[in-house]
Each structure stands twice: as C-alpha cells, then as structure tokens.
Design a protein around this ligand. Structure first.
Ligand code: ADP
Ligand code: ADP
Length: 219
C-alpha cells in the first residue's frame, strides 16, 4: 500500500528542507505545491500566468486549480509507493479532496507531522532564505549557507530570493496560514494522525524526529 505523509507548518517552518531530506532517506516522492506553481510560472504555462499575481501577493490559489494540479502529480508513476506532501492541503476543502483522491489510489493520509516554530523565527528564516533555480533546493544565509555564496551545492545552479519572501508578503502569508491552514491541525489531531515536531531544533534533529514519526513501511 502507498504511504502518504502530509507536512504541516507555517511558512518558514522547514517543510521543504525536511521533505527533501526525508524523500532521499525513504524513497518517497517529495511533492511541493509551491514548487509546482513556481515551475509553471517559470515556464509561462496558462496555469503559471493564472497564478503568478496570486503568489506575488501571498494569497492562496483557488482550491479547484490547486486540487487539479496535485491530482495530476499524484497519478504519475513515480508516486506509486506514496509521497510526502509539502504545502498541500492548505484548506479544509483541499484536505477533503485529498482524502477522496488517496482512497482512489488505495491509500490514505498516514501521518501528519506538524512542524512548529515561533513567529519571530519564521520571519528571520524567510528573510534569509535562498532557493536554487534548477530544483528549488533550499538554503539560509545564516543557518544553512551554501558552500559557495549564490551557488547550489547540489546542482551548481544560481540561488535567488523568492519575490514573496519580502517582509510585508511574509507577514501576509503567515496571517493567511493562521486563518486558512491552521484549522487543519485540530482536524488531523482529532483523527489521531497528527504528530507534533519541534521545528526550532537543528535541521538534523528535526529530521530524526520526523523519521521516527513515519509508518514502518516507509522506513
Ligand atoms: P518551508 O518550506 O516550511 O517554508 P523551508 O524549508 O523553505 O520552509 O525553510 C525556510 C528557511 O529556514 C530556509 O532558509 C531554510 O534553510 C531555513 N531552515 C529550515 N530548517 C531550519 C532549522 N531547523 N533551523 C534553522 N533554519 C532552518
Ligand atoms: P512556503 O514553503 O514558504 O510555505 P510555498 O512554496 O508552499 O510557501 O507556497 C508559495 C505560494 O504558493 C503560497 O503563498 C500560495 O500562493 C501558493 N500555494 C502553495 N500551495 C498552495 C495550496 N495548497 N493552496 C493554495 N495556494 C498554494
């Protein structure tokens, strides 16, 4: 049976960083809704043109568009053993749609690690975030710098700062998270699938805690 992990946590909590590491360690596929949108924007697809301004403002993309994009990704053959979802679902309607999709694929949301970090630290982290052009590998100017400034250690591509990591947009995204996404925490906790993870620790310690939270068949 495929294994599906949903990473929850505010912008800057470390979801992308951890999903990348855990995907390598387990063989599960890392699916980041934000990376998928940014790829569409880079390639100037119809979807990319539709969502560009929404991402720049820090608002959420409408549910129907987001759900269709994730469904398409989850049906690719590389997801046959499951996936780590990073940034999806972000609303109750997306969570409900996800349950329906996974049931079709013979699976379910197995575990929901919730990575917690306090707000001042989130703002600090996002203002120092650098991302690689080729694959979205994530760095931080202070806590996780690349070996050579401005260059990705893993693929040599250029590092850039995201438009929506500007201070005003970061504050907006954190607000949007508390209004629209935070309700999912209690929803998944009520279903017994939530695992609280202290995201304020060193990257390697957060990974260790996350790996412990995964179901046996993913390890
Ligand atoms: P998210 O996907 O939740 O928005 P990211 O994984 O992109 O978060 O991380 C946000 C920023 O914080 C990046 O610059 C990343 O390098 C940095 N970061 C991630 N985890 C930690 C950590 N445990 N301690 C310090 N900085 C971290
Ligand atoms: P972060 O990792 O910092 O939380 P993401 O890369 O996950 O940011 O998301 C960037 C932007 O992409 C969001 O601010 C939003 O505009 C859009 N987005 C990503 N995932 C979703 C989603 N599940 N629903 C709606 N919009 C989304």
């Amino acid at each position: 049976m495929p294994v599906y992990v949903v990473l929850l946590g505010p912008p800057g909590a470390g979801k992308g960083t951890q999903a990348g590491i855990v995907a390598k360690a387990t063989g599960l596929v890392h699916i980041s809704s934000g990376d998928l949108f940014r790829e569409h924007i880079k390639n100037q697809t119809d979807l990319g043109k539709q969502v560009d301004a929404i991402l720049k403002r820090g608002d959420l993309v409408p549910d129907d568009v987001t759900i269709a994009m994730i469904r398409e990704r989850l049906t690719q053959p590389d997801c046959a053993n499951g996936a780590i979802l990073d940034g999806f679902p972000r609303t109750p309607a997306q969570a409900e749609a996800l349950n329906g999709m996974l049931a079709e694929f013979g699976g379910k949301v197995d575990v929901v690690p919730y990575i917690q970090v306090e707000q001042a630290e989130l703002i600090d982290r996002l203002s120092g975030r650098w991302v690689c052009r080729a694959h979205g590998h994530v760095y931080n100017a202070t806590s996780n710098p690349p070996k050579t400034a401005g260059v990705c250690d893993l693929d040599g591509s250029e590092l850039y700062q995201r438009d929506d990591d500007k201070r005003e947009t970061v504050e907006k995204r954190i607000r949007v998270y508390f209004e629209q996404t935070a309700p999912l925490i209690e929803h998944y906790r009520g279903e017994g699938r939530l695992v609280d993870i202290n995201g304020a620790q060193e990257i390697a310690q957060v990974t260790e805690d996350l790996l412990k939270a995964l179901p046996e068949q993913a390890k």
